[in-house]
Structure formats: structure tokens, C-alpha cells
Design a protein. Structure first.
Length: 386
């Protein structure tokens, strides 16, 4: 089957991988092929093979590599090569699905394997030796058009895996140009299906979407069609406006998009704690999400960066529409004074030392972090007053 001529293949300089792929009668598949054709960096390389998992294990081992049965129930073996692991999956067809999990059967039919995948641009295969492309559902044309299109009936694809609703929008934010109306209508019609998914899976997809190239218009599209309503109803049109302003500030400041910061923009300030818990974000991400909505404070950007850290200060300043220039290349200093230095000046050990140290630190911050000599004079004055 013909198709676009691939660019420099990401496996071209990996002869051991090509040799293993040929021995497994395998083809490169999915994201690696898609991203290669788009000229993007390829993160993960996956192989599909008509051989059974047991045969894959044997041939990987006979090739001198370690096979790891990472997902053998679904036909996936990880081959540990010197220059990185590769996932090898036996061709499959779905036997039954419930929107979260699938029971599969193995097959030797490439088209049948392609038919169970989500989008046409993810169902492209490439021969390891010749680079010949295999496209069973028009994925090459969709890739050229920037169109994220479900394979077959969108409603059926979504019924098989509800997460495909969010994946549709994430892929559209990354690769899309013109939205596929049939896919959009199906996602809107089945948005309530997202309630059946774990909140961790929802969070993972959402955070990836928020840093994609076209995240802002795609999130606006999702809000317009009620995609978030069942699982994160706090995200509304006002949130989209806040996200739009934040994205403009990030670009103007030359700051890379950040998922947690952008999520904070989408949410009303009082909702950050509840949504962070509902999405089961990590403790650090949850704390950062809540802190991002706290505002920039009144002491100034450097004082904020000193007290809250550079990351949190950047979040809060950008969300508030304030400049980050004064902290862009700045490293918060350490207070050049210790409690021991106050004891040497005659302050008795105990809580008085900590209180006086905090007082000196507050003045040091207010004066713009002067040097140790000035801090010494501040300390002398504070001790005299004490």
C-alpha cells in the first residue's frame, strides 16, 4: 500500500531494532509513524506483529535481548534493547468492551488490528526495512488535512473506550486544523460517559491537552459543547477567558505553557482545592494549584518568589497579569544571618531567637535583600530594641 514518503525514520540509526522487527515479522505502528510523517520528534516506538506473544518472547530472547511480559494478557511484550525498550504487541481484535477495559483476541489480520484503533492517523504502519506505509482507513489524507477522525462509527469507538472523548480533543489541539464534525457531535452526545472513568485518567488527558499548541480554542470548543459538564462543571466560559489571557501573557513573556498553571486559570479560585482532590492530582500539584489562585501579594515579585518559590511566584504573577521580569533570571538568596549570631549578640536561646530572626528577615526582604553587612546592622538595631 503506498502513501506519503516518510522522512528520516526514527529507527534508521538503530540496526538492531530493524533486525529484530524483521525477525518478528513486525511493522512500526501508531504515534511513531504519525510523528515521523509530520517531522516531529518521536518519543516512543511501538511494533505490531502477527506472531503470538509466546513466539515474540522466544524470538526476542533468541535475538539476544530480554523479553518482559509487561502486558501479555493484551499481547504486549517489552523487548529490552541496549538503546532503549520497545513494546511489541500482537495484532488484536476486540471481543468485548465496557468503555474502560477491553477483552481482546489475537489475529493475523493487519486491517482487523487497525480497525480497533481510535483515530485514522494512529492506524498507520511502516515496514521496518523499506519504509513502505500501510494505511487502511485514510489516515494519510487526514494527517495532511489536520483532521482527527475516528475509525468507523465515532459512537462505537467511544463506547469501546470513553477516554477517546478527551483524546479526540487532545489530538485536535495538537494536530488538528479543521474539526471533524461527526467526531465532535459524537463526543458531545456521549460526554456523560466520562463519569465512568477514573479521575486519574481524566486528569492525565486534560493536563496533556492544556499544553498543546491549540489548547485555548479547543478548550473553548469543549466548553461550548458541554464536554466538561459531567466531570468538571467548574470549567466554564469565564474560565476560558482567563485561560486565553494567561496564554497571551505566557507567550508575551516567553514562558512555556504549563498544565497546572493553565488549569488554575480555568477554575474559579475557590474551586481549586476541590477539583485538585477530585482529579487526584499529586500532593505537590494540588498545593501548587491552590497556591496559584492566591494572588500576587503586596510585597512585590521578588518577595513573593523568596517566600513562595520561583515556580509559584511565576504562576501567581502571570495569573494576576503582573510582570515576571524581575524574577526571570533571579535566584532567591538565603538570609545571611543565623539564630546563633543573635545568641552571640546576647539574645537568650529559645523562641525569642526565632521571633527576632523573622522580624529581621521581614525588614531584609522589605529593603530588597541587602548584603550581609547591612543585615548585621539590622540585627544590631533589632537586638538593641529587644
Amino acid at each position: 500500500m503506498g502513501g506519503m514518503t516518510p522522512g528520516t525514520a526514527p529507527w534508521a540509526d538503530r540496526p538492531e531494532l530493524i533486525a529484530l522487527a524483521e525477525r518478528l515479522e513486525a511493522r512500526f505502528v501508531g504515534g511513531a509513524v504519525r510523528d515521523m510523517l509530520l517531522g516531529l520528534a518521536v518519543a516512543d516506538i511501538d511494533l505490531a506483529t502477527p506472531l503470538s506473544p509466546e513466539m515474540v518472547i522466544g524470538r526476542v530472547r533468541d535475538s539476544g535481548f530480554k523479553p518482559v511480559p509487561t502486558g501479555i494478557a493484551h499481547g504486549t511484550i517489552t523487548a529490552v534493547l541496549p538503546d532503549g525498550p520497545i513494546e511489541v504487541t500482537t495484532l488484536r481484535r476486540d471481543v468485548s468492551t465496557d468503555g474502560r477495559h477491553a477483552v481482546v483476541a489475537f489475529t493475523d489480520d493487519w486491517r482487523e488490528d487497525a480497525a480497533r484503533r481510535d483515530f485514522t492517523m494512529n492506524a498507520l504502519y511502516a515496514d521496518p526495512a523499506t519504509g513502505e506505509l500501510f494505511d487502511y482507513f485514510g489516515g494519510l489524507d487526514d494527517l495532511k488535512a489536520g483532521r482527527v477522525r475516528f475509525i468507523g462509527d465515532p459512537l462505537q469507538r467511544i463506547a469501546e473506550d470513553h477516554l477517546r472523548i478527551l483524546r479526540f480533543f487532545r489530538f485536535h489541539a495538537r494536530f488538528g486544523d479543521a474539526v471533524d464534525e461527526a467526531g465532535l457531535a459524537a463526543c458531545a452526545a456521549r460526554a456523560n460517559d466520562l463519569m465512568a472513568l477514573s479521575r486519574e485518567r481524566i486528569a492525565a488527558e486534560l493536563l496533556k491537552l492544556l499544553v498543546a499548541a491549540r489548547a485555548v480554542p479547543v478548550v473553548a470548543l469543549m466548553v461550548e459543547h458541554g464536554i466538561f459538564r459531567a466531570v468538571i462543571p467548574e470549567i466554564d466560559a469565564e474560565g476560558v477567558e482567563r485561560l486565553t489571557r494567561l496564554a497571551e501573557r505566557e507567550e508575551a513573556a516567553g514562558i512555556a505553557p504549563d498544565a497546572i498553571r493553565r488549569l488554575a486559570a480555568l477554575l474559579p479560585p475557590m474551586a481549586a482545592e476541590n477539583v485538585g482532590a477530585r482529579l487526584k492530582l499529586s500532593n505537590s500539584d494540588r498545593k501548587r494549584l491552590i497556591a496559584a489562585t492566591a494572588g500576587p501579594g503586596e510585597e512585590g515579585p521578588r518577595a513573593l518568589a523568596y517566600r513562595a518559590g520561583l515556580v509559584s511566584a511565576t504562576d501567581r504573577l502571570l495569573l494576576a497579569g503582573e510582570s515576571i521580569e524581575s524574577i526571570r533570571d533571579w535566584t532567591p538568596p538565603a538570609l545571611p544571618l543565623t539564630g546563633g549570631a543573635l545568641v552571640e549578640r546576647g539574645i537568650g536561646k529559645g523562641p525569642d531567637v526565632a521571633r527576632l530572626l523573622r522580624r529581621i528577615e521581614t525588614q531584609w526582604i522589605a529593603e530588597g535583600f541587602p548584603d550581609a553587612e547591612r543585615v548585621g546592622r539590622i540585627a544590631d538595631e533589632a537586638v538593641a530594641q529587644a
